[in-house]
Design a protein around this ligand. Sequence first.
Ligand code: MEV
Length: 309
Amino acid sequence: MIQSSAPAKVYLFGEHAVVYGEPAVAAAVDLRARVQLEERGDSRIRVEARNLDSTATIDHDGDLEGVDPFLRYVFGAAKSAGARGLNVTTDSDIPVGSGLGSSAAVTVATIHAASRHAGLELSREEIASLAHGVERDVQGSASPTDTYVSTMGGVNVVETGRNRFEQVDTGSLDLVAGDTGETGATGELVEMVGDMSERFPSVRHVIKTIGEVSRDGLEALESGDTESVGVLMDVNHGLLEALGVSTPRLSSMVHSARTGGASGAKITGAGGGGCIVALGSGRSIESAIEEAGGEALPLSLDRQGVVSG
Ligand code: MEV
């Protein structure tokens, strides 16, 4: 039996702007998706997602129409690594549809496991690139951030405008995510920001300014200046509010987390639901998030990325 696992991620800076080639900074965090492979006696692929109570079986060259969207990532990933004749079982600590990269993590872990099963020795860059292709196939356009960060672990800068994919040297990071329990429609939100940026040059400036905030945030992270990281997360949140991707619950959780002692707090991911991320740790931040209607998830940095086992 072969097993692999890969971590969730949070955007510290730069979501939405990353779609326009601006830099984003995202951290892998210690929630994992796990994948287990076993051979079966035919050439079909069966996927069972334990966390979702969902199962499907397809021919190795079969199409994915009508298959549960989450399972499509796993089939797509297994097929992209040349798999056939496998039972794939997945499980995950990462809430699905929350903006924490659950689909990227299961995709990366499946490619890692299936490629080892097929005797391929893929580099991490190759795994990240195949996983990004699977995300694009399943959900349409997607930036490479989630799949890259889940593969590499640690804090990473992704700036497609300069073909820049880099791990950043940082100290430990204490974070608390706040999950609204609502799913944001990423594609629609990306399209809405796109429409606004076409109509208004001022919105294009907001997007560029988010890129500047990411650059400042990166410098603050590299120099271990937590106070500045927090201030810049707050600024980034204000700019995401300006783009119209927040909701009353997300905004209230962000403000509550700050009052509860977080050094900074913002939406993480597309918005419209999903999660916030607050910088700091402790019961006071967690209860502040809960009082504003979220589920608090204490997180720390994952430095491993995708691994066997
Ligand atoms: C969604 O998690 C983040 C966005 O920047 C879209 C993407 O990067 O693909 C809004």
